[in-house]
Design a protein around this ligand. Structure first.
Ligand code: SER
Length: 313
């Protein structure tokens, strides 16, 4: 394949595993990792890596030319909790990075873009159970506002300039290779480190705060499946779903393997964000259009996390 793929944000939670999976599928040399900071060992060792600031259009252009990049996965973003502390910076990063990549496709330099949206586009007025694909979408966080605006801009570039851009609305993603940075669903990753290390964890969300979640393998599968699907001729930021659970339910699932594990609850400012998001997601549109279905249930997720973190064999 001389049509190469660029991952921007390859040192992040999803970017890291996306690079590794895409390299398995398309070959190490065809998948270029890039980030403003170095990536994990596996990413650095297995193929090309470029230090790249997504805000710098000229530098992006240089890398795209150098490798003859045709597809870009734009995984750099400021997540919900951190964005609330830096609203303007989050807006700048989340929007300008998107424009930089959309413009490359508008100018026909690249052919296809993956840009992640999030369940954060939904707000308190959205139906909470089995949230439909099309519904009331009025986010109350900076992150959600930037994702909703991004969805609208993707649709605009698609319709006006014929840009092939594809999106899913990720739920909270759980994985062990790289930790998430500054999201509201991060408790569901932190809990595993603390359960192993200290046998106790203080959750920053209350015990019954149910949120949509997904194991990394399913998230990667959805992402690549959508990028490989036939072009539907319209831009849709697809709802995707796997599991829904609360901190209490996750704690119980972990106690099956670590019986002495104790859970406490100390909600902080992230509670308000979580309260504005859905509890579960209807992903039947993704299911119909490109045959998407999550595979990993809560017990498999817990087991894989504890194995990945070397607690279980
Ligand atoms: N996991 C993300 C966050 O909590 C949701 O997109 O910000």
């Amino acid at each position: 394949m001389n049509q190469k793929i660029l991952i921007i944000g390859s040192s992040g939670q999803i970017g890291t595993e996306l690079v590794l999976k895409l390299r398995q599928i398309y070959g190490n040399e065809n998948v270029i990792a890039s980030d403003i900071r170095k990536a994990n060992y596996e990413v650095m060792e297995s193929g090309p890596f470029e230090l790249l600031d997504v805000m710098n259009k000229d530098d992006i252009y240089e890398v795209v030319e150098k490798y003859n990049i045709k597809q870009v996965y734009l995984m750099a973003a400021m997540l919900s909790a951190i964005a609330e502390r830096n609203p303007k910076k989050a807006w700048d990063l989340n929007m300008n990075s998107l424009f930089n990549i959309l413009d490359l496709a508008k100018d026909k330099v690249i052919d296809r873009i993956f840009w992640p949206s999030s369940i954060a586009v939904f707000g308190p007025d959205t139906p909470k159970e089995e949230t439909p694909q099309n519904t009331i979408i009025k986010p109350i966080t900076v992150y959600g506002i930037s994702k909703l605006a991004g969805e609208n801009w993707c649709a605009y570039y698609h319709d006006k300039y014929g840009v092939d851009v594809r999106s899913v609305r990720y739920p909270g993603i759980i994985s062990y290779k790289t930790t998430p940075g500054g999201g509201t669903t991060d408790y569901a990753v932190e809990i595993f480190y603390e359960a192993i290390r200290r046998k106790s964890y203080a959750s920053f969300l209350t015990k019954n705060t149910t949120l949509p979640m997904m194991y990394m393998d399913d998230a990667i599968d959805a992402t690549i499946k959508l990028m490989q699907a036939d072009n539907t001729g319209e831009y849709i930021a697809y709802n995707i779903a796997a599991l829904s659970f609360s901190p209490k339910e996750l704690a119980v699932a972990i106690q099956k393997y670590i019986p002495e594990f104790e859970m406490n609850y100390k909600p902080d400012t992230r509670q308000e964000i979580a309260d504005s998001w859905p509890k579960s997601i209807d992903d039947s549109k993704a299911n119909n259009d490109w045959d998407w279905k999550a595979k990993i249930d809560l017990d498999q997720l817990v087991k894989s996390m504890l194995q990945g973190l070397h607690y279980l064999k």
